[in-house]
Design a binder for this molecule. Structure first.
Ligand SMILES: [Zn+2]
Length: 421
């Protein structure tokens, strides 16, 4: 009798597993994205390259830089070739280089991408004497046939930085500096693992609760290096959570925050379009865990599962795309708490009417971090996508008000769960 039941049960388990193992990638993914075994990547040649007369110089000799080649097209037109770390790859051509000239004049620059088409508006920054300046090139000319983009720029002996996003505060070195600075007394910073290039994977923990049981909020960012607006939103979000406001203090009396601000530090330092240095999209590795970055964070979080005094309630993974959008877990799938993202998004839309936030629900079959959090802890989780071109002020406002509405919601949820128990 028992045997028959057992045999009937086996095919059901196989079928249940099948839907997730069949996941081959989202519509925007290249083929083979779920094979997260390491591949060969092409390191960029770090150097200073000169072209033309008088000479124009570019350099990719700094953290976060990406420029593969540089050459003259005609008297006053120069092309910068941008190649990804490996291909095929999702379309997110990151570029960052310094440019200067022996003489002062205007030149036409063309950004030409291999294995991708233009996505990010060029940003110019630098210093002139004691003045720091920065601006976005709004009128770059995009060529649909080649996928390249052109704009004119005044060059002189003082180097200017041309980049897909302003680099200030978002480089790997900025995070290392932040990790070394004294934080609030309740914040600890740990290294939970190391990347292929031996960079630490940082974990920031905010913990000042003395309650016998605490909720846990998990935050992830920068799995995809160029997704800077998502990272800036995360930074503002974190700052609000650890602030001295009455709400934040009340929140921290019930909740511990576990944050992994830069899941892909090698990718950020090397100016990658999307992958780690083994050519893998880390946000497709949350089932097979072939890469050290995902392994490190998984292992750090798994310890919470065994700890009866802590309960993971929610996970947020910050990204960027061409719009402001939440990817919640399907309403039909029961999470604990249930439909938190759907309830939270009402406040996000109310508080940010100009940002046109929308929701697009997904099932939990893909091997991404949000689904791993749900499958491991039973909690709700969301992929929080921020428009690529939201600026620093917009992301700061969004991150701060999103943190406030979530704290209120989670405190209510926690109190409701406590009275139910
Ligand atoms: Zn992303």
């Amino acid at each position: 009798m028992f045997k028959t039941k057992f045999l009937l049960f086996v095919p059901f388990i196989l079928m249940a597993c099948k839907s997730s193992s069949n996941f081959t990638g989202f519509s925007y993914d290249p083929p083979g994205v779920t094979n997260t075994v390491g591949k060969t990547t092409e390191p960029q040649n770090r150097r200073v390259i000169g072209a033309g007369t008088p000479k124009i110089w570019i350099s990719n000799e700094f953290g976060g830089a990406r420029a593969s080649d540089f050459y003259q097209i005609d008297a006053n037109t120069f092309e910068i070739l941008i190649r990804p770390e490996n291909a095929p790859i999702n379309n997110s051509p990151w570029f960052a280089f310094k440019i200067w000239s022996d003489s002062s004049h205007a030149v036409n620059l063309r950004l030409s991408y291999k294995s991708g088409k233009h996505r990010y508006l060029p940003k110019i920054s630098g210093t002139q004497g004691s003045i720091i300046y920065s601006h976005v090139i709004q009128d770059a000319e995009y060529d649909t046939a080649t996928g390249s983009t052109s704009f004119s720029l005044h060059v002189d002996q003082q180097p200017k930085t041309v980049s897909a996003h302003f680099l200030e505060g978002i480089r790997y070195s900025d995070l290392v500096a932040k990790a070394k600075r004294t934080q609030k007394p309740f914040v600890t910073i740990d290294t939970v693992g190391y990347t292929h290039e031996n960079r630490p994977v940082f974990e920031f923990t905010a913990n000042e609760t003395d309650a016998p049981k605490a909720g846990v909020l998990v935050l992830l960012s920068r799995q995809h290096p160029p997704e800077v607006s998502g990272y800036r939103t995360y930074q503002a979000f974190w700052n609000e959570l650890i602030s001295d406001s009455e709400l934040a203090r009340r929140f921290r009396s019930h909740f511990i925050i576990k944050a992994y601000p830069m899941v892909n530090p090698d990718g950020v330092a090397n100016g990658h379009w999307r992958h780690n240095v083994r050519g893998v999209d880390l946000n497709r590795d949350w089932e097979n865990f072939n890469q050290p970055e995902t392994q490190a964070i998984r292992d750090a979080l798994l310890s919470l599962k065994e700890d009866a005094s802590k309960k993971v309630l929610y996970g947020i993974d910050f990204h960027s795309t061409n719009e402001n959008i939440f990817y919640p877990i399907n309403e039909e799938i029961e999470t604990k708490p249930d439909n938190l993202t759907q309830r939270w998004s009402v406040f996000i839309k109310e508080d940010n009417p100009d940002l046109n936030f929308r929701n697009e629900e997904f099932d939990t079959s893909s091997p991404i971090s949000k689904n791993w959090i749900y499958k491991t802890f039973g909690s709700d989780a969301v992929t929080f996508e921020v428009d690529d071109e939201l600026d620093e002020f917009e992301t700061r406002e969004l991150g701060a008000n999103a943190a406030r509405s979530l704290m209120k919601l989670l405190i209510e949820e926690w109190q409701r769960m406590e009275t139910e128990e």
